[in-house]
Design a protein around this ligand. Structure first.
Ligand code: 3PG
Length: 207
């Protein structure tokens, strides 16, 4: 199941990170992402409606590969999967979360930025590390340096990825996919700018 997960993430190439304040926005955002060509959403457990939004999306938009982001605790991971999340993403490495996911065959993508952190993830059998926050930790240069040591390991930079640098990131063979909010910024969602989000999604999908 992890191989299949990595393959589908790599095929989409960009994982939109979705921060929702209102569950009513879940379906319109899902629709924009599917129509724009990025049928994936990492719905962050940073807002109270995250689990409800995941449930809406997974029940009513089956084309969308919906997962949960910002998962810090086992309790959040359980709630996310219960709501229909098909994968779990974390901004760091919590052993409890990762162990539970692997025991239950839930695809999981934890983050690391240092050689020690990547070592821990590699030794846990993971083949892809989310590299977060990418810009602040040296971006592409750091990923290339890590990739030269962790041969065959791949990365998903997130944090500071944008339309301006997406291509450069994706050209690196050690990068499986990029994550980010830029096509569905919370401000755009709040303002109901669905046409704009569609255009930004399409632009990212075609990069
Ligand atoms: C995340 O939630 O992973 C990051 O906040 C995304 O960072 P970005 O807003 O720079 O894309």
């Amino acid at each position: 199941y992890m191989d299949g997960f990595y393959e589908s993430v790599g095929k989409i190439g960009v994982v939109p990170v979705v921060v929702l304040d209102r569950v009513e926005d879940a379906l319109p955002v899902a629709d924009v992402l599917v129509r724009g060509g990025l049928p994936s959403a990492e719905v962050t457990f940073r807002t109270a409606c995250a689990a409800d939004a995941i449930r809406e999306m997974s029940e009513r938009c089956p084309e969308l590969m919906v997962g949960a982001g910002t998962v810090l605790t086992l309790e959040q991971a359980r709630r996310a999967v219960d709501a229909g999340a098909r994968y779990i993403v974390s901004p760091g490495y919590n052993m409890e979360v990762v162990d539970w996911c692997l025991e239950n065959e839930v695809p999981v993508l934890p983050a690391g930025v240092t050689p020690t952190e990547v070592t821990a993830l590699v030794n846990r059998g993971l083949e892809v590390t989310k590299f977060f926050p990418a810009a602040q930790y040296g971006g592409l240069g750091t990923i290339k340096a890590l990739a030269s040591v962790f041969v065959g390991h791949r990365f998903m930079p997130t944090g500071g990825v944008s339309a301006a640098n997406l291509r450069e990131y994706l050209e690196c063979p050690a990068i499986l996919a990029c994550g980010g909010t830029w096509m569905v910024k919370p401000d755009l969602i709040r303002a109901g700018e669905f046409e704009r989000m569609y255009e930004l999604t399409r632009e990212a999908a075609q990069t």
